[in-house]
Design a protein around this ligand. Structure first.
Ligand SMILES: NC(=O)c1ccc[n+]([C@@H]2O[C@H](COP(=O)([O-])OP(=O)(O)OC[C@H]3O[C@@H](n4cnc5c(N)ncnc54)[C@H](OP(=O)(O)O)[C@@H]3O)[C@@H](O)[C@H]2O)c1
Length: 262
C-alpha cells in the first residue's frame, strides 16, 4: 500500500525502518516528509534511496493511501489543516501523536472529518528493534476493518500490536511506553545491587539483562502467573524469600503501583 509518513523524526524514522524490514511495504511505495533540509539529508543517509523524501506533505498525501502523522502533538493541527483539502474517504489516517484525540483530529479536519478512517497508534521505543508493544485504536463511527487489519498486521511485524479502545489509550501508554523506563529502572537497580555484591558493572548488567529475559521467557512459554514462577525459585527460609520480603518492606509493589497512576 502506498504510504506516507508526515514528520519523519525519531518515531517516524523507526516506523519507516520497521515498515521496510517487514513484508508489506516496498521502499518505492514509501514517502517520508520532514521540515528542515538537515533532517532530509539525515534520512537520505539511513533510508534506501528508492524511498521518496520530501518537504511536501500535500503531495505525499495525494500519492498515498496510508498516511502516518508523526509530528509533535502541538503541530498536528497545522499539518492536518494543510493536508485536509486532499484527504479522501479512501485514506487511512493514522496519528501517533500522544494525547491528541479522535475528536481533536476530526475537528482539525473539519467538515470531512467524519468520512475519513481515523486511527491512533502508540508504539514504544522498542520499535527500533522490532519488539514494540503497539496500541491501535480505531474511531468507531468510521470503523474500517480492512484498514485496521492491515495496520495491525504491519505492527505485528514490528513486535506485537494490541487493539485498544480510545478510552484506554492513555492508560495503555503509561503501561507500555513509560513502561520501558519503568522496566529499565529495575534493570538499573539490580545492576547496582550486583556491583555491591562484587561484580563489575558490565558483568552485573549482563547477568541482570539475561535473567530478566529468561524470566519473561518462562512467563511466555508457560502462560503462567508470575507468582507461580516465583514459587518455583523460593525455598523455605532461603535467600529468595528473604530478598523478596526485604524488597516489599522497602515498598517495591507500592512504588510500582504509585508509578502507574495517571
Ligand atoms: N518518541 C517516542 O517514544 C514516541 C512514542 C510514541 C509516540 N510518539 C509521538 O510521535 C510524535 C513524534 O515524536 P518524535 O519524538 O518522533 O518527534 P521528532 O523526533 O521531533 O520528530 C518530528 C518530526 O516532524 C517533522 N516536522 C515538523 N514539522 C513538520 C511539518 N510541518 N511537516 C512535516 N514534517 C514536520 C520534524 O522535521 P525537522 O526535523 O525537519 O524539524 C521531525 O522530523 C509525537 O507526536 C509523539 O507524541 C513518540
Amino acid at each position: 500500500m502506498k504510504t506516507a509518513i508526515l514528520g519523519t523524526g525519531n518515531i517516524g524514522t523507526a516506523i519507516a525502518q520497521g515498515l521496510l524490514k517487514g513484508t508489506l511495504t516496498a521502499p518505492e511505495d514509501l514517502i517520508c516528509t520532514v521540515r528542515s533540509p538537515a533532517s532530509l539529508e539525515r534520512l537520505r543517509q539511513i533510508l534506501p534511496e528508492t524511498v521518496r523524501l520530501s518537504h511536501d506533505n500535500v503531495e505525499a498525501v495525494r500519492q498515498s493511501r496510508l498516511v502516518f502523522l508523526a509530528v509533535k502533538p502541538l503541530l498536528v493541527e497545522t499539518v492536518i489543516e494543510e493536508i485536509s483539502p486532499y484527504l479522501t474517504s479512501d485514506h487511512l489516517l493514522v496519528s501517533v501523536a500522544a494525547g491528541v484525540t479522535f475528536e481533536d483530529i476530526s475537528g482539525f479536519i473539519g467538515k470531512k472529518g467524519d468520512s475519513i478512517s481515523l486511527f491512533r497508534l502508540m508504539p514504544n521505543t522498542a520499535l527500533s528493534v522490532s519488539q514494540s508493544v503497539t496500541l491501535l485504536s480505531v474511531r468507531k463511527i468510521s470503523e474500517d476493518s480492512e484498514g485496521f487489519d492491515f495496520i495491525r498486521h504491519l505492527f505485528d511485524e514490528m513486535g506485537i500490536c494490541f487493539p485498544m479502545p480510545e478510552s484506554l489509550m492513555a492508560a495503555g501508554t503509561l503501561l507500555t511506553s513509560a513502561g520501558i523506563a519503568f522496566a529499565l529502572r529495575y534493570v538499573r537497580a539490580a545492576t547496582e545491587g550486583g556491583v555491591a555484591l562484587g561484580f563489575s558493572p558490565g558483568i552485573a548488567k549482563q547477568l541482570v539483562i539475561y535473567t530478566v529475559f529468561g524470566a519473561l521467557g518462562l512467563l511466555l512459554a508457560h502462560g503462567s502467573h508470575p507468582e507461580e514462577e516465583i514459587d518455583k525459585v523460593t525455598s523455605p527460609g532461603g535467600i529468595t524469600i528473604r530478598g523478596l520480603n526485604a524488597m516489599e518492606e522497602a515498598g517495591f509493589t507500592a512504588a510500582v503501583l504509585a508509578g502507574l497512576r495517571l
